[in-house]
Design a binder for this molecule. Structure first.
Ligand code: AHG
Ligand code: MN
Ligand code: MN
Length: 324
């Protein structure tokens, strides 16, 4: 079945929708780099064992977590394409402790945080994984190291990729959220999900129920309320759970635990980008106490509790978690 020709490619969409908006100048080059990297990671994901990218490298990353071969391959690819885009000053990757600085010219004014492969525990079992990108502009008055930790709400754009039954690249700016499906025949990303908004109805909740006993009382009450009213869907890949909840209506939680009050997920390259997407799609994203995008980061790899999805459901859940 050929893809209908009226459907915009991602380049046609960006040209038609973003050009002329000074705030987005150069963003198309960053998204094109992400799309190029995504084509390469898509090929590795599809080849998997045949490309010898399954299993671990035997290393642990800055998070102290076991590194999968695909984590490193994905990180190398995205750092390379972003650094070569001509518009990126620095890339911070989950898999690389320090920022990779590519230059400080006038044009190189974006800073990109990335979780190059999200859901690593699913790589070896052929279950959906993803990639996540938070995109900021560097502070023109500061050096790259000073400007690295931009306040979350200053994010210019965000993007994520789902490598599932199809490969879908979703971009978010203040102008809206749009999804592009990879046409493997032409290698083009085609606009298939224009102007994505959370549905009114929240159908699903996503939480690791195996951690229930590790939660404090108010959080257990919040999860019990969701369990009594919604269907559980939990893939173990944040991007897969988020994408389904965005399209079908749902709420995702990775809360803080008694022994791990900041939870597991990382602020700069998991919570912030998806929190930006959620807000631009009419949803909400909170830590245990405040909107994710109101947090002022202290270090590139810091963790945060994360509750995100349908706005009303998120706000009610956070109110209960706060003992409301
Ligand atoms: P990553 O593979 O980038 O480390 O992310 C894994 C995260 C996230 O994708 C997912 O929601 C969560 O880990 C699952 O954690 P649990 O297995 O503890 O539920
Ligand atoms: Mn992740
Ligand atoms: Mn990851």
């Amino acid at each position: 079945m050929s893809i209908s020709t009226e459907r915009w490619s991602i380049s046609e969409f960006m040209e038609s929708t973003w050009s002329g908006d000074a705030e987005l100048e150069g963003l198309d080059a960053v998204i094109r780099a992400i799309a190029d990297g995504t084509r390469r990671v898509h090929d590795l994901v599809q080849a998997a064992a045949l490309a010898d990218v399954l299993g671990t490298t035997g290393e642990t990353n800055v998070q102290g977590e076991t590194v999968q071969k695909l984590d490193v391959a994905g990180s190398d690819i995205f750092v390379e394409v972003l650094s070569k885009s001509g518009w990126v000053a620095a890339v911070v990757s989950e898999e690389v402790e320090d920022p990779v600085v590519s230059g400080d010219s006038a044009e190189q004014n974006f800073i990109v945080y990335t979780d190059p492969v999200d859901g690593s525990s699913n790589i070896d079992v052929a279950v959906t994984i993803g990639s996540i990108f938070g995109i900021w502009r560097k502070d023109p008055g500061g050096t790259i190291s000073e400007t690295l930790l931009r306040p979350d709400r200053e994010q210019v754009a965000a993007a994520y990729v789902v490598y599932g039954s199809s490969t879908v690249l979703v971009t978010a700016t203040r102008g809206g959220v749009n999804g592009f499906t990879l046409d493997t025949g032409s290698s083009e990303f085609i606009l298939t999900h224009p102007d994505i908004r959370f549905p009114e109805k929240c159908q699903y909740y996503s939480v690791n129920e195996g951690n229930f006993r590790k939660l404090d009382g108010p959080t257990q009450r919040a999860v019990t309320r969701l369990r009594d009213s919604l269907s559980l869907r939990y893939v173990g890949s944040l991007v897969a759970d988020f994408h389904r909840n965005l399209l079908k209506g749902g709420i995702f939680l990775y809360p803080g635990e008694l022994e791990r009050p900041n939870g597991k997920l990382r602020l700069m390259y998991e919570a912030n980008p998806l929190g930006f997407v959620a807000e631009q799609a009419g949803g909400a994203a909170y830590s245990a106490t405040q909107p994710i995008l109101d947090i002022h980061p202290e270090n590139p790899h810091q963790r945060t509790p994360l509750i995100l999805g349908n706005k009303a459901e998120v706000e009610q859940t956070v109110a209960i978690m706060q003992g409301g």
